[in-house]
Design a protein around this ligand. Sequence first.
Ligand code: ZN
Ligand code: FE
Length: 258
Amino acid sequence: MAKLDIVQIPVLSDNYVYLIREPDSGAVGVVDPAVYEPVLAEADRRGWTITHILNTHHHPDHVGGNLAIKEATGCTIVGPRADAGRIPGIDVEVGDGDSYDFGAETAQVFDVPGHTRGHIAFWFEGSDALFCGDTLFILGCGRLFEGTPAQMWHSLGKLRALPDETRIYCAHEYTQSNARFAVTVDPENDDLTARAAAIDAARARNQPTVPDTMGLEKRTNPFLRADAPGVAEAVGLTGADPVAVFAEVRHRKDSFRG
Ligand code: ZN
Ligand code: FE
């Protein structure tokens, strides 16, 4: 089985939309189309016909292109069952534990509430690819608009359990500001310090920092490390429950100006 071809399309100020193609069947999906024009243009340029839209959650910068792309292509829209009412044009509702066949590949679906109540993630195990929307970012996580710290910590735990080689295709280029914050809550983490420097260098060259791997995230993303003693200590919560540490790290990030 061939792996997915994955094309990253930067749109708006910092969104990434992904075109994914399963080569055996020719199925082509769009993950979280914020907009439609650049997506249709990129598919056209490659001679690809869009057959699917995969939505992680209802925010306009993830579903804004749904109806125009569906009208142009007749594609099938797959999105979160728990939030179907807020996904424009949804055809197929999926949720935790479901598998969705995409050509010869299969996406496993996780419910990952926290950023929104109906957020899902798609994991293509055969391609080591995770599309996680605004749940997990490189060195960060989504804001808790509709969920609790406990929900988000649990959601991130499902993603953290994936193999180290999993590539994280998140929906925003927030990495550099995330890194500036991360070093304040995990100051003794040498892997993080080195990574932050590499990220600054990449951004200075205008290179994307997405995707990167789960293995690196596990070692350096403070939102995946609320159960690490160094993070608890840095936020003054040595020995506290990881949910409390996570809540404090998230709270500090919400007001961080770096
Ligand atoms: Zn969002
Ligand atoms: Fe977003």
